[in-house]
Ligand binder design. Structure first.
Ligand code: PEP
Ligand code: MG
Length: 756
């Protein structure tokens, strides 16, 4: 078959390389290229179409069609055969083009006399930049080798387009697609707006050497690089030292599996045989995989293609010697990090001061990296499909972590709108800052204590910045979730001591390990449970594995030696569970005393109210616990039987409705009647309108994320509590059975001049 390729692809590549190096204009170069390709492939026609920013394909050069059509003929992506190729990012070979349903006739080109048609997308990093076409007068079938040869050739064109050289010849007023603004959206995972420039967490390798000097030496380079990479993967997996690079064993295992895939190796060797360098061969095979990835919706196949992409990246870095990690020192100071996925510890390695935002292809609101992004106050959007393929390092980009919108290479008006939004936010923050030292006292003189939720060392400076009354919830599991292995007693002790030292004058309420369900530890065998949210988690694990709980309690008790300590237990469903946990704590104190360790001056043990069964045992639990803390995230999830992380059911219920508010009021009432302090520490406490409702039904203490303290305080100090309480009580009565009371309450707040 190769005989038909006048001279074969290798010769073609060599000639093309010479043309690429000639000091001629972009148009002259393209004109020469199409002539070369046509003659090499024994085709009467060869044309290059380039995708413009307005999603139109423009004919840039042709051999065989009417020259007058160059820069005149255009088609939309999806229109005609060329448009179809661009849209699908797949080659198309036809012996009778005009019989294809997508064929669209462009009279100015004079192409009606050509019957066979072969077109391939011009791809770069999974993006379609254009389409390369050859046509023959005779009805003929293009061989697989010919399709591949044309694909390989298209890589050179991709480089040419990417270099920006063609921008000078595009039809006046248009822009080539490389610079196209793109609007994307994903899940809002960390509040705030960031404007800046793309920094790819895994910098993409730029393949500069495309054409091989010597095929055999390229094959040897490829084999050597693969061997080295395999050895390296084996070593990483065997030594178990996978976390240093922020990688998990299963990811590496998957990559190793692909590295041993014969089909993949064969495709690489074939690509080299056509005259590509080893790195260009990897890129060509990767382009193909990426294009397939963009169209693929099956999660299993997507995962496999991702593994393949991972592997190709590793190989490219090895072959070109280009760095695999961002050069942190040369990062711009308005960096927006873009990554497919990222471990939480890896995010912490970046210099916070230079980070303006984070965009991930994976990573939902409950992912570990999202938790860290929120703690760092970095605006972030997750679950943005293909973002790493759609951007280049240095591209302007905007991240709206509140709405989940991402704008790549935004137009000036979009950019100024967001800049204005960011300025407004900053101004509002300044106003909240002014409230920092004021107590949250309502207009009628009732003080509400506002505390802060925390879980990482990076959270601690926020206590001062926000003027929080205390740390009302310290989620100890975050240390466990970020660690590579179970934190030892010493590591737990160190963290707790540092927390207590950082807030010497305010209480800290530590919550014991709340793992299981969505909070997974990478080093713990994942249990296959039908309903993990209802399964083995939190205190249930603590009571079944008392050694674990004891170790943590010991670390806490020792860290708080000589001062007061508050501990609470999560997911308690019965009084008996609380009793059992309390007993374990008592045993630990006895143990420490017996062995001569200093213990806290006072120990208060609280219970989280987040399982509805406790609502029917409130009197009893109030006699046993020193304080109550309402975990409204879980409590509402169980009350309404609606997964807290499932967007599909999120609108099915509203916490601002009679049943939820009644349940919450019952808890506050029981606590007050028994003289036990009650705090609410779920997300709703940090939302101004919800906080207003909570205060109206009897809450005097709320714990929330640091960023919420300012807005909630601004709401509460503008409210007349007695009036709001009267309004809400009558509202519940008047609209009993309503899905939500939200709008009525909002209108009331607006009428009363309460900002919500
Ligand atoms: C809650 O459930 O409301 C809570 C505060 O705990 P978490 O969100 O950590 O489950
Ligand atoms: Mg909870």
């Amino acid at each position: 078959m190769r005989a038909v390729l006048g001279g074969g692809p290798r010769l073609l590549l060599r000639r093309l390389r010479e043309v690429m190096a000639e000091p001629v204009s972009a148009q002259a170069r393209l004109d020469k290229i199409v002539v070369l390709i046509a003659s090499n492939m024994v085709a009467e026609v060869c044309s290059v179409y380039v995708l413009r920013a307005d999603a139109t394909l423009e004919l840039f050069a042709t051999e065989g069609l009417n020259r007058e059509a160059v820069h005149q003929t255009t088609m939309r992506s999806g229109e005609g055969l060329v448009g179809l190729i661009a849209q699908r990012a797949e080659p198309l070979a036809l012996s009778e083009a005009q019989a294809h349903p997508a064929f669209s006739y462009k009279p100015e080109t004079g192409e009606e006399i050509y019957h066979s048609f072969l077109g391939v997308p011009i791809l770069r990093g999974g993006n379609t930049l254009g389409v390369l076409v050859v046509q023959n007068r005779a009805r003929r079938t293009y061989s697989e080798e010919e399709v591949e040869a044309l694909q390989v050739t298209s890589m050179l064109l991709a480089e040419m387009i990417a270099s920006g050289e063609l921008q000078s010849i595009v039809r006046a007023g248009a822009d080539i697609a490389l610079h196209r603004p793109i609007a994307l959206s994903g899940s809002a995972i960390s509040d705030g707006i960031g404007l800046g420039h793309v920094v790819l967490h895994e910098p993409r390798v730029i393949v500069k050497r495309i054409v091989a000097e010597d095929v055999n030496s390229e094959l040897r380079r490829l084999e050597a690089a693969i061997e080295e990479m395999r050895a390296n993967l084996n070593q990483l997996i065997d030594e178990g030292d996978v976390t240093g690079a922020g990688e998990h064993r299963d990811v590496l295992e998957a990559v190793r599996m692909v590295a041993n895939d014969r089909g993949w190796m064969r495709r690489l060797r074939e690509a080299i045989a056509t005259g590509l360098t080893a790195e260009a061969a990897v890129e060509s095979v990767q382009n193909d995989a990426r294009a397939r990835l963009q169209r693929q919706t099956d999660p299993y196949i997507r995962d496999r293609l991702h593994d393949l992409d991972d592997l190709a990246n590793r190989l490219l870095h090895r072959l070109t010697g280009q760095s695999f990690v961002v050069d942190r020192a040369s990062m711009p100071d308005n960096a927006i990090l873009v990554a497919r996925t990222m471990g939480p510890a890896v995010l912490l390695e970046y210099e916070r001061a230079r980070l303006r935002g984070l965009v991930l292809e994976e990573g939902g609101p409950t992912s570990h990296v999202a938790i860290v992004a929120r703690a760092l106050g970095v605006p972030a959007v997750g679950e943005v499909p293909n973002i790493t393929d759609l951007v280049e390092t240095g591209d302007a980009i905007i991240v709206d972590g509140t709405s989940g919108d991402v704008r790549v290479r935004p137009q000036t008006d979009v950019e100024s709108a967001y800049a204005e939004k960011a300025r407004l936010r900053a101004r509002r923050q300044e106003q909240y800052q002014k409230l920092r030292d004021l107590p949250a006292v309502t207009k009628d003189g009732i003080e509400i204590k506002l505390h802060m939720n925390a879980g990482l060392l990076v959270d601690l400076p926020h206590v001062e910045e926000t003027g929080a009354a205390s740390i009302g919830l310290f989620r100890t599991e975050l240390q466990f979730m970020l660690a590579a292995q179970f934190p030892r007693m010493r590591e737990q002790f160190d963290l707790y001591r540092r927390v207590l030292e950082a807030v010497p004058d305010r209480p800290v309420t530590f919550r014991t390990l709340d793992i299981g369900s969505d909070k997974v530890l990478p080093y713990m065998t994942k249990l296959e449970e039908e309903n993990p949210a209802l399964g083995w988690r939190a205190i249930r694990i603590g009571l079944d594995r008392p050694a674990l709980l004891r170790l943590q309690l010991r670390a806490l008790l020792r860290a708080a030696a000589g001062r007061d300590l508050r501990i609470m237990f999560p997911m308690v469903a019965t009084c008996a569970e609380f009793d059992a946990a309390k007993q374990i704590a008592a045993r630990e104190i006895t143990y420490l005393k017996k062995h001569g360790y200093a213990t806290p001056n006072a120990l208060e043990l609280g219970v989280m109210i987040e399982v509805p069964s406790l609502l029917f045992e409130l009197d009893a639990i109030c006699t046993k616990a020193d304080f109550l803390s309402v975990g409204s995230n879980d409590l509402t999830q169980y009350l309404f039987a609606a997964d807290r992380d499932n967007k599909r059911v999120a609108d099915r219920f509203d916490v601002l409705s009679a049943p939820a508010l009644r349940a919450l009021a019952t808890i506050a009432g029981a606590g007050h009647a028994a003289g036990k302090p009650v705090t609410l520490c779920g997300e709703m406490g940090g939302k101004p309108l919800e906080a207003l409702a909570l205060v109206a039904i009897g809450y005097r203490s709320l714990s929330m994320s640091p960023a919420s303290i300012g807005p909630v305080k601004a709401t509460l100090i503008a409210a007349d509590l007695a009036e709001t309480e009267a309004f809400l009580t009558s509202l519940i009565g008047a609209h009993d059975g309503a899905h939500s009371l939200r709008e009525h309450l909002r209108e009331h707040a607006e009428r009363s001049g309460i900002p919500v």
